[in-house]
Design a protein around this ligand. Sequence first.
Ligand code: ADP
Length: 677
Amino acid sequence: MGLFKTRRLSKTYGHGDNRVVALKAADIALPKTGFIGIEGESGSGKSTLLNLLARFEKPSGGVIGFKGKNLAKMNSSQELGYRQHSVGLVFQHYNLLEDKTLLDNIAFPLVLSGVSPKEARAKARNLANGILNENLLDKKPSECSGGEKQRAALLRALIIEPEAIFADEPTGALDEDNAIKVMELLKEASTKRLIVVVSHNHGLLSKYAERILNIASGMVSGGKEKTDPGPLAKGHGSSWWIGEGMREAKRSGRRLLSCFAACLIGFSSLLCSAAFFLGYKPCLHEERIRSLDAGVATVSYERSVSTDDSLLSLVVQERPSFDSVYGALSSLSSFSIENDYSFLLPSSVEFRLSGEAGEAELVPVASLNSKYAQALLNEGSLPNDDLASCLVNEAFVDKYGSDSLGRSLLIQAGGNYTGEGWEKDIDLELSMLIEGVVDEFAFLNSPRIYYSYSAFEEFAASLVMYGGKEKGVTLQELCKNALPTSFYSNYQYRVFVNEEQDLQPFFEILHSYSEEDAPLAFTSRAFLSYTSFADLSSALSSCLTLFLGIELLFVGSVIVLSVLSLFASSRKTMAIMMALGAKKVPVIGCFAIPNFLMIGVAAILSVPLAIGLIKGLNFGFQSFFGLHSLLRLGSGGIYSLIWVALGSVVLIFFLVSFVSLALAFRKLNLSKEMRDE
Ligand code: ADP
């Protein structure tokens, strides 16, 4: 009964002009025991035959029968069993695992098939007795001679007590003494199993082989044998690969460290950009309405009037009806509509501060001691709601001195005002004490003085004008009753929103009235900056998306490249493990785990690093980037978002790197790797 029988077995490599027929319709029968030699010129097809029998390659045609079963029909677990129990392999260049001792190399196939490392080592030591010196067993292959290495490789093939050993030029790299030692060992082993040896050395082959197959240009000539069927042994798993993974981590320490550094930098910068990406919107949103005049607007009514037969039309500004203004704002919870006295107090005023002249915007707010003013107060205290006190912003302090708080401002305004039946010089000399400094969004801000409009209303009510008949009329009454187009109507109202939560709906109302032909025209400085921030925000959004995409690509490439470089540096070791019967997944695992572990650790550490970076950046760009707000706003929401973002990014990278490793692994050609030196 034979062990192998092939029928019209052939192997072709390449296509078209590059097509090489390495083996042609070989009919071979190999016995269960005995020493079979294979001879032939270089390139005649000897290794091809061996690779087909070892299942490193698949035949292009024909059948290989192993104990009566078609080798091609084995499923993956049967194939694993075939490698782990049925065949042993010996190569010209030994193919030992370089970081293991000779003893561990010999024991390794047993470990792969589930035997405990301790037991496997004991068996290996036993087997090596008399063949390899005891003190050699603890040495690494690089410390041993070729003969010693080849004997260890032979013991590695023998330890699983295989049914066949395939040896490809086992003496090719040895001197004669060592070659004879190896041949003797093979000869001895052939009493219990089939030994197939490919060799150039005709003298040695004819001395030891019982039968020699000759191959010339892929054609085999030699004897035939019968075969008999039998079950294939099954492999079972073990956790050998955990130890291999740790050894791999030690072996590639430097490479892992650089992968770690790259991932740490990559992930934390990714995180910073993601945090910025997630945080800039709420920041801008918060910042763009962060000033005391956010809830102030003037309202007028504009209409076009065409002049006779002319293509030109004039825009006429009139005071709108009180009801229409009230109606427009009715959805707000708290607001007030006042007469506009802007003709008395201009928006830009000159003042004197301890004798020094200055100029600032004069901004009315509904009342100085509102909750909103309190929220923005940075220094000082909220004043009584009268015209004798005011608040200033930080830009004011920057320009007119850090000791502005507590100093008096002298504002002079007014002029000669005439009306129907009266004429009056109004000399407004206001002395205001700076009571507090408000912290508002400083971007593009100029010095500002905030005063109470309700106090100003009272002042206007006290100004009495006398007509020709000496009948008095207050300025307030005058403005209220003025004709819509008269100077004193000033064409408009002032609107004040009193609650912070009304600001957003207020801007929405302003937005809905921003069309050219809207029935009311609202003018609000804060709304203008609000809309320009919306533009800035969408521009920033596109830039950040692009930036984030590029960064993702960059970090992804670094990780994939590091995984592939790991594959490239360990493909030979992987191939040896596979050839000895290791399962694919643990092999990938033991090389990938240290790398993946590094990626994971770098990902976790990048979170505190990124938060530190964001906090650090906070010093320089606080007002513009508002990263402080990101952290402040974030106490919960943003952090969990950061974790979710990081988690999904890391998951993507794990998947990408695992897939790239698996793809690279698919292309691993065992026969080529085992032959390459
Ligand atoms: P031998 O072992 O007798 O020296 P081989 O079996 O290695 O010869 O090769 C037989 C022929 O097949 C040679 O012409 C060789 O170039 C070709 N060959 C072997 N392996 C490959 C391969 N992976 N791809 C293409 N051609 C190959």
